[in-house]
Design a protein around this ligand. Structure first.
Ligand code: HEM
Ligand SMILES: [Cu+2]
Length: 563
């Protein structure tokens, strides 16, 4: 049989692809692991987004029969599960993986092999979690909160919930490994001179996120193992005949409320990186910002039962959890005040990263305000499980975390790829997203006030829900369009984007002191740090010297950082 010899070029290119695959499959380099986290979690964003689009299509008109009731339950359950556990939380592991070693002047993470293991555990978890859609059982349909007894064998007899449980245990193990890695890296591997109050604010947020993961994840892992035992080993942990059904809710929310800060603090950290750079001023109140980050985390462990106001808690408990929830507004307010003070009389540049940073501030603020409504017990009794809650979830998690992720992508992708994204496309993408986002989720406030329950697959035409739902569905498609524009911008920039250079934004922190993309060893010389803005220090010093000498800078200049 005659084989057509492939032209040398194509054969070499084919072997090269295998080399790349083998390289990434076996790597322990934090940058490559970081890239794979970014790619994998963004894929899950697209998957979770697709599920949301289907949910919205079903709700576009009253009495729709696009989806069966069970498929609808599977889609919103897996939408929430995918977005939280496979997209946002591990996205921070991805951005942290790529940038924390660079930002502190280290060559890699403390435990490179555990780092790789965490990534592959996440991939395995994703396959197991989504497996239900292709296995005969169907995917989990008990809501992302998995309340018992609905998720017990009696009411969910198929394997769908077992896939969900095992998948979440794997995600938890992956993020626990990651958090240990971040904590040791930040504690042991900082550049000379980089004391705790000189680490970048993003590093403070990853430090705090990792501590929260360490203290919260064991609780949900325990609850999941107990539920697995109930379903498969005849245990009775959550059996309503023998135990208080609120046991699952307490254990689930003891993790899941801190989890919302695990999802938002890194986004706040990115805003605290971007706002000073695009205002041309130091971050206002660095120490207050660091303490506010830790303060939010500590208070975040004292409020979980605000999700259970309607489950018959005693008035004293309701009072305590209501007050504790209100208190969190204080450290959050400090952050907003400091960002605005940083911008005040600043030399403001509204490149796309800054647009998203300010977008986060405005949208998260709305999420914070509609959240305070829910923190008030009497109002929550009316609003719990309505579309007001769905609006709240999305103003804080989409308006907060996702806007933060896009701010981080526009700010940091030039460092990863060496190419700038198109600023024009970036701005179009931002405004399509901003308008689409508000069209999708703002009308949900009104639906909640009108009493529309969440998690219903259809509704009657005479309840006044129609127009708001149609607008919300149109908005969701605009969000999809904006994500498509982002992907186009990203792939075009890989080939045709302007060369980024070391420091395209005239930034402050060490990741901008090395090339774009960075060399495998990150830095030729381990930098000496004398402030929380080492790259700015170096730039000022170099420009000052250039001014003074009016001579072209010698290559030697490039080697000295922060001296
Ligand atoms: C891409 C645009 C998105 C759209 C159009 C969308 C839409 C929706 C809708 C309509 C629901 C309510 C389903 C129901 O109660 O019947 C929902 C639930 C939810 N969404 Fe989204 N969403 C989007 C993005 C996100 C993102 C980025 C997150 C991030 C974490 C998220 C997290 C959730 C959660 C946790 C629920 C609750 C699921 C449950 O009730 O079990 N969504 N979403
Ligand atoms: Cu909460």
């Amino acid at each position: 049989m005659a084989t057509t010899a492939l032209p040398i070029g194509r054969t070499r290119r084919r072997w090269h692809i295998f080399d790349v695959i083998q390289d990434y499959a076996t790597t322990v380099d934090h940058k490559k692991i970081g890239q794979m986290y970014l790619g994998l979690t963004f894929f899950f964003f697209l998957l979770g987004g697709l599920m949301a689009l289907l949910v919205r299509l079903e709700l576009a008109f009253p009495g729709s029969r696009l989806l069966s009731p069970d498929m609808y339950n599977q889609l919103f359950t897996m939408h929430g599960t995918t977005m939280i556990f496979l997209f946002i939380i591990p996205m921070w592991a991805g951005m942290g993986n790529y940038f924390i070693p660079l930002m502190i002047g280290a060559a890699d993470m403390a435990f490179p092999r555990i780092n790789a293991l965490s990534l592959w555990l996440l991939l395995t978890a994703g396959i197991v979690l989504e497996m239900g859609f292709v296995a005969g059982s169907g995917a989990a349909a008990g809501g992302w909160t998995g309340y018992t007894p609905l998720t017990e064998k009696t009411y969910s007899p198929t394997l769908s919930i077992d896939f969900w449980i095992i998948g979440l245990i794997l995600v938890g193990t992956s993020s626990l490994g990651g958090s240990v890695n971040f904590l040791v890296t930040l504690y042991r591997m900082r550049a000379p001179g980089m004391s705790w109050f000189r680490i970048p604010m993003f590093a403070w947020s990853i430090l705090t996120m990792s501590l929260m993961i360490l203290f919260a994840t064991p609780m949900i892992t325990g609850a999941l193992i107990m539920l697995l035992a109930d379903r498969n080993l005849g245990a009775h942990f959550f059996d309503p005949a023998l135990n208080d059904t609120r046991l699952w809710q307490n254990m689930f929310w003891f993790y899941s409320h801190p989890a919302v800060y695990i999802m938002i603090l890194p986004a706040f950290g990115i805003v605290s990186e971007i706002v000073p750079v695009f205002s041309g001023k130091p971050l206002f109140g660095y120490k207050a910002m660091a303490f506010a980050t830790v303060g939010i985390a500590l208070l975040g462990f004292t409020v979980w039962a605000h999700h259970m106001f309607a489950t018959g808690l005693t008035p004293v408990l309701q009072g305590f959890f209501m007050a504790a929830t209100m208190l969190i507004a204080l450290p959050t307010g400090v952050k907003f005040f400091n960002w605005i003070a940083t911008m005040w009389y600043g030399n403001l540049r509204f490149d796309t990263p800054m647009l998203y940073a300010v977008g986060l501030m405005t949208m998260f603020l709305i999420g914070g305000i509609n959240g305070v409504f829910l923190a008030l017990v009497p109002i929550d009794w009316q609003m719990t499980d309505t579309y007001w809650v769905v609006a709240h979830i999305h103003y804080v998690l989409f308006g907060g975390s996702v806007f933060g992720i896009f701010a981080g992508l526009y700010y940091w992708l030039p460092k990863i790829t060496g190419r700038m994204l198109s600023e024009r496309l970036g701005r179009v993408q931002f405004w399509v997203m901003m308008i689409g986002f508000n069209l999708t989720f703002f009308p949900q406030h009104m639906l909640g006030l009108l009493g529309m329950p969440r998690r219903i697959y259809t509704y009657r035409a005479d309840l006044g829900f129609n127009t708001y739902n149609l607008i919300s569905t149109i908005g969701s498609q605009m969000i999809a369009l904006s994500v498509l524009i982002f992907l186009i911008n990203f792939f075009i920039s890989l080939r045709n984007g302007a060369i980024a250079g070391d420091d395209p934004w005239r930034a402050n922190t060490l990741e901008w002191a090395t090339s774009s993309p960075p060399p495998p060893h990150n830095f030729d010389v381990v930098p000496l740090v004398t402030s929380e803005r080492p790259v700015r220090d170096r730039r000022i010093e170099r420009e000052g010297r250039r001014e003074a000498a009016k001579v072209k800078p010698s290559p030697a200049d490039k080697q000295t950082i922060g001296s």
